[in-house]
Each structure stands twice: as structure tokens, then as C-alpha cells.
Design a binder for this molecule. Structure first.
Ligand SMILES: Cc1cc2nc3c(=O)[nH]c(=O)nc-3n(C[C@H](O)[C@H](O)[C@H](O)COP(=O)(O)O)c2cc1C
Ligand code: SF4
Length: 378
């Protein structure tokens, strides 16, 4: 049975796509000299050959105040543009669209910091143990400019749009968390003040790139804080609606942090786990709403797209395991995705499905998987 809604052409977040199947941002960890490498090109080419409608890149580092881990693509100067250009061209050759995810990691580091680690306030991070240095207001203005400059480079490189990463406990997610943001100035105190930095980034990008350049956001519907104190669904709605009023083109609804009850990448027993929040949001905003998390069945995906106002779905792990998954489904093989949501692809040597590793590498990865499952969502 053809799953028509999922595979129809559409406009999602201001971008014309050949289908509603998006690859959610997936950190590659394989940049060479902080630039797009052949491995990154190959990974994305395979996805485009596999008929993914639009790819959101793994997060790119946009700020000199960040401490990017090894293998991160850093786009803080124009030297990044030629590699990005090659990536956009490679993807476009297959009729697939590409959006760059713009991020500042804040305290959520996967390698020792080389410089000061910044945050909204000096609240110790429960996972890394880092006590961040609060940004001054002047530094916040500089950071807003850096996001704008990064978007400018992305547009020059031929990308179809950008996505601001404000989910999963990274810097902007920390700003919208009442646990991490204790500021009493213009950038903290209630949901609208906590999200002011994001609004300023949105306006800065639109000012530089033009109001028609698509700006998307990935936002938590809840941090799933163990004591219920992080970003909650009510604040999420306030922030998402304010962003929509201010011209955000698409909102990808995610949830969880490394210290939350649930990780953003949950175990297999959880399916379509942000559906209710995405469904509600989609009835309240004009911006396109994209649902991520635990989507493995084409029948479920098609049902969601047919019965709700959600514009597109996005997947990460299913497409790590099977880059050709969308094509397989389009060709009528509608078995569920083979990914078992074990999180063995969080690999410090570069993102790869656990099942493609040699025995020695598997042993190392098993330790990382043990750590991940000690965190949440299992
Ligand atoms: C290896 C790996 C790297 C990821 N990197 C990013 C990232 O750079 N930015 C982001 O927003 N989410 C990232 N995610 C989260 C995914 O985009 C997605 O939100 C999450 O895995 C749930 O979707 P899934 O069930 O389809 O995997 C990553 C996930 C994995 C497994
Ligand atoms: S390592 Fe596990 S979670 Fe990651 S892609 Fe492979 S099967 Fe899926």
C-alpha cells in the first residue's frame, strides 16, 4: 500500500521538498581540520541517494566562545564556506534539500574544555560537573551576531536554510530552562525573557539573509527534568508561539536532555514519543511543525501526517542504520526500520551504526552504551 502523504511533494518551513521525510540533525564527528570532510560528504550523499527529502546537518559550531569537540564542523569564519558549498551541491544533485544546524554547546561538552565554558548562569551542570561562566549582556549581543554571521555563510554556501538548535540541553536550551537560567536581566526571569536570545538570533538571521530565508528551530517540548523543574510543556507552547509570531518557518519538536528523565534518543519501547505535543502545537501556529523521536514504521508515519497538522517527520537513528530506508519504503518494502534504538551509534570516533563495527570497537562502544542507558529513557 503506497503511503501517499509521506511521499508527496510539499512546502515545509518555506522549503519545497520532494517528500515529507526529513533526516533529523545527526552529529557526524568526522570533520577534518574543523571543515566538511570526505566522510561527511559520503554520509550525506548516501542519504540523498536514499531519497530523504531534506537533510538537517549535525550541529555546526558557530561561536568562538564554544569548545567544539574533535570532529565538529566549525563555521566561525569564511574558510568553512568551500566545504559547505561542496556539501550543498552534493545533496542538491539528488533533488534533496539541506539545512544547517547552528549550535553553541554551552556546558554539554564531550571533550575537555580548552577555554572558559559559558552558560546563562553559574549553575553547575549535573552531568559534566562544570560551573559555567555567565555571559555578560555584551557577550550575548556578540553571540547573536555570531549566529547571524554563521547563517550568512550557510546561505552563501547554497544551503536551503538554517536550524537554530535550542533543544537537548545545549546553550540555547539552557537559556529556556528555569533550572539553568537564573538571570534577572533582560535575558531571564520568565519564558519570554528566557527565550529573548533566540528571538534576537531569529531577527538577526532574517535581517542578514532576507526575510524569505528559511529559519527553523529545534525545541524541547519538555526537558523531562527529574523533579519537573526544567522547561515544561506550558512554557514550550508560550515560546513556540512567540517564535511563530516572529516569523520562524519551522519548529521541530523534540525533548529531553542528558540529565533528564528521558534522553532525546530514547530506547525502542518508546515510539513517536513527542506526538501529542507536536500535534497540539501544529493546531496553534502557522509555522510548519516537524515531529522527531522514535519514528520507525511507515504506516505510523503516514497516519500521523494524514490525521494531524504536522507537516513532516524527521528521523536520526533509523537513517544511520539504513541510509536507504526512505527509498526502501517508497519501493513498497514497508517493514519497520531495522534500527533497534540501542544508541550504539554515539561513537567518539565518528557516528556509525554499532552493527557495522569490528569486534574490538564493539567492546569499547558497549561501555559507552552502558553509560548512556544509565542516563535516562530506558
Ligand atoms: C549519533 C547521534 C547524533 C546526534 N546529533 C544531533 C545533533 O547534532 N543535533 C540534534 O539536534 N540532535 C542530534 N541527535 C538527536 C536526533 O536528531 C534525534 O532528535 C533523536 O535521536 C531522536 O530521533 P530518532 O529516534 O529518530 O533517533 C543525534 C542523535 C544521534 C543518535
Ligand atoms: S547503533 Fe543502534 S541505535 Fe544506532 S543506528 Fe545502529 S541500531 Fe540504531
Amino acid at each position: 500500500m503506497a503511503a501517499k502523504k509521506a511521499f508527496e511533494q510539499a512546502t515545509v518551513g518555506g522549503i519545497e521538498v520532494k517528500n515529507r521525510m526529513v533526516r533529523s540533525a545527526t552529529f557526524e564527528g568526522t570533520a577534518k581540520d574543523k571543515k566538511v570532510s570526505d566522510r561527511i560528504l559520503d554520509m550525506h550523499r548516501e542519504l540523498a541517494e536514499g531519497e530523504v527529502g531534506l537533510i538537517i546537518t549535525g550541529y555546526f559550531c558557530v561561536s568562538k566562545t564554544d569548545n567544539p569537540a574533535k570532529g565538529t564542523v566549525v563555521i566561525t569564519d569564511d574558510a568553512a564556506i568551500p566545504g559547505m558549498e561542496k556539501l550543498a551541491q552534493t545533496i542538491h544533485e539528488h533533488g534533496t534539500k539541506i539545512v544547517a544546524q547552528l549550535n553553541h554547546a554551552g556546558v554539554q561538552l564531550f571533550a575537555p574544555a580548552r577555554g572558559p565554558v559559558y552558560g546563562p548562569s553559574d549553575v553547575v551542570d549535573s552531568i559534566s560537573g562544570i560551573k559555567p561562566v555567565p555571559f555578560t549582556e555584551d557577550q550575548i549581543h556578540d553571540l547573536v551576531t555570531e549566529f547571524g554571521e554563521a547563517a550568512d555563510r550557510t546561505q552563501k554556501a547554497g544551503f536551503d536554510g538554517v536550524q537554530i538548535h535550542a533543544a537537548h540541553g545545549y546553550l540555547l536550551s539552557q537559556f529556556v530552562s528555569p533550572v539553568c537560567n537564573k538571570r534577572t536581566d533582560a535575558y531571564g526571569g520568565n519564558p519570554l525573557k528566557n527565550s529573548r536570545i533566540i528571538l534576537e538570533i531569529l531577527h538577526e538571521i532574517k535581517k542578514r539573509c532576507g526575510k524569505n530565508y528559511p529559519v527553523w528551530i529545534k525545541l524541547n517540548c519538555s526537558d523531562f527534568h527529574p523533579a519537573g523543574q526544567g522547561l515544561n510543556p506550558d512554557d514550550f507552547l508560550i515560546i513556540a508561539k512567540e517564535l511563530a509570531r516572529n516569523g520562524i518557518d519551522a519548529i521541530e519538536v523534540s525533548g529531553g536532555t542528558l540529565s533528564g528523565k528521558y534522553l532525546p534518543s530514547r530506547s525502542k519501547k518508546h515510539a513517536a514519543y513527542h506526538l501529542e505535543h507536536a500535534k497540539q502545537l501544529a493546531t496553534e501556529v502557522d509555522a510548519s511543525v516537524i515531529l522527531v523521536g522514535g519514528l520507525r514504521s511507515i504506516d505510523t508515519i503516514d497516519q500521523i501526517l494524514s490525521e494531524t497538522d504536522i507537516a513532516a517527520i524527521s528521523m536520526s537513528r533509523p537513517l544511520i542504520r539504513e541510509p536507504g530506508l526512505v527509498k526502501r519504503w517508497m519501493e513498497g518494502d514497508d517493514r519497520d526500520a531495522e534500527c533497534i534504538a540501542c544508541n550504539g551509534c554515539f561513537n567518539p570516533n565518528g557516528t556509525k551504526c554499532f552493527f557495522t563495527l569490528g569486534e574490538e570497537e564493539k567492546a569499547v562502544q558497549k561501555e559507552i552504551m552502558k553509560f548512556m542507558s544509565s542516563l535516562g529513557g530506558h
